[in-house]
Design a protein around this ligand. Structure first.
Ligand SMILES: *Cc1c(COP(=O)(O)O)cnc(C)c1O
Length: 461
């Protein structure tokens, strides 16, 4: 299995190389050269299997000879053993034809644990074979960083540095990043915004001398291995509702387009998905793009669903690559226009995208109202991101069963939930002592040189 860049001008890589590399050197994103198909029989045979077994069958065809089968099964088992629910991704029913996929039973209570726990295991196993070390640097608005700290702490071949905007993440998110006490993980509170943190990480990847010198790797949502791990729960949930014999649709609370792009891959592999519905908060660039064809940036406005507060959706580039007939030159041209503010999606590409994706937007008031009414009608407590999904899904219900992804546990965003329904959601018992654990972090300036010096000094330490 070979991986190619969406901009067509970077080296072709193997699965493990793509996993370690993150962003391609031409600025593009890695995608598989071909998408392996599963037959209706393969999909039907997943019925009744464990989440781990389905994970093995879905991901194995993408991985070439990176791991022996038994080894890969062991990594999957290790990745999901810390989850707080035996089903890993349980499905609950909200209404006659509407289901909620609870993706928040992992160690940091957000769906990002599904991918991060697994790539922690896969990277460590791949590096242990060659004795190499890598340095992972990531920027986070909260959930990615906490999931990464939890996944990589204590792994012997990895140093992890997470930059988060000082004072702008929730208390739960911050504590999940600052309380792991293993020496190989470092929480860095940057004096700046999430965009500043992300820009400094990009600078480090574009400084090839630094990148090669510290063996820099990325685990942000453009990492192909993360997308792949997320494909699994589209299969497990659809099969439990009767796929491949019965099609389903999904609604996905969307920010960087990584989670919903995993659904797109599941569909290309042969899972009968009718529609993939993009749900955005008031940062609605994707909804506007799909409606008007204009992909135009508009500044980020903070919301009560902060993990979806984005200016541009990085992974959308992968969907554009396919919609433009896998023309890397065309994609590179669009991304150059985006730097100047935006671009218009061609009529043909827009038609293609609309064949798979639908979209909707949810305002702040609608988010709050959906938390309140969903609790009153079903007893299910939604986090604000999941509420954005449920609101948009309710507008797309039909004869096909709809599965809405619940992307975080309500206790991760207690203020917004309490404001909506008057009750403060409690942390699950297994992490009830989060607020008693000592915190450890370093305040850093928004300065590339200072950050690089700090990383050089701390790595291998
Ligand atoms: C990251 C995140 C999202 C957005 O997912 P993308 O893959 O970036 O589209 C939605 N909800 C929560 C809780 C998240 O942490």
């Amino acid at each position: 299995m070979h991986y190619i860049s969406t901009r067509g001008a970077a080296p072709v890589l193997s699965f493990s190389e793509a996993m370690m590399t993150g962003l391609a050197r031409d600025g593009g994103l890695y995608v598989p050269q071909t998408i392996p198909a599963l037959s209706a029989g393969d999909i039907a045979a997943m019925a009744g299997q464990s989440y781990e077994e389905i994970a093995f069958r879905v991901m194995r065809p993408f991985m070439g000879d990176t791991f022996a089968d038994d080894e890969f099964r062991g990594l999957i088992a290790a990745a999901y053993q810390g989850f707080g629910h035996a089903a890993r991704a349980p499905l609950v029913q909200l209404g006659p034809n509407h289901f909620l996929l609870e993706l928040f039973h992992g160690p940091t209570l957000a769906f990002k644990d599904f991918a991060m726990q697994l790539i922690g295991q896969m990277m460590q196993a791949a590096l242990a074979k060659t004795g190499q070390r890598i340095t992972i640097v990531g920027a986070t608005s909260g959930d990615t960083g906490s999931a990464a700290m939890e996944a990589f702490r204590g792994l012997s071949n990895v140093d992890l540095f997470i930059l988060y905007p000082h004072g702008r993440v929730s208390d739960v998110q911050r504590r999940q990043m600052t309380t792991p006490n293993e020496a190989n993980v470092h929480a860095l509170a940057i004096d700046g915004s999430f965009d500043d943190a992300q820009a400094r990480v990009k600078d480090m990847f574009n400084d090839f001398a630094f990148r090669d010198g510290v063996r820099l790797a990325g685990v942000n949502s453009i990492n192909w291995a993360r997308v792949l791990a997320q494909v699994v729960y589209y299969f497990s949930s659809a099969v439990s509702l009767g796929a491949p014999h019965r099609p389903v649709s999904f609604t996905v609370p969307t920010g960087n387009f990584g989670d919903i792009f995993a659904g797109y891959i599941a569909r290309k592999m042969g899972l009968p998905i009718e529609k993939l519905v993009i749900a955005t908060n008031h940062n609605d660039i994707l909804h506007r793009a799909l409606t008007s064809g204009d992909y135009v940036t508009d500044g980020v406005r903070p919301s009560i669903s902060p993990s979806m507060d984005i200016q541009v959706s990085s992974n959308f580039e992968r969907a554009l690559f396919d919609a433009y007939g896998r023309d890397g030159v065309a994609v590179a041209q669009l991304m150059a226009e985006l730097k100047a503010g935006g671009f218009h999606i061609s009529q043909g590409a827009l038609q293609t995208l609309r064949g798979t994706f639908a979209s909707g937007r949810c305002s702040e008031d609608e988010t709050t109202a959906t938390i309140r009414t969903t609790f009153a009608q079903t007893g299910e407590v939604l986090c604000p991101h999941s509420a954005v999904g449920v609101k948009v899904a309710n507008e797309h219900l039909g004869t096909t069963p709809m599965i809405t992804l619940a992307t975080a546990h309500p206790a991760k965003f207690p203020d917004a939930v309490e404001a909506a329904m008057g009750v403060r959601p409690a942390l699950p018992p297994r992490m009830a002592d989060l607020f008693d654990r000592p915190e450890r972090m370093t305040r850093v300036a928004n300065d590339l040189g200072a950050l690089q010096a700090l990383i050089r000094e701390r790595m291998n330490g």
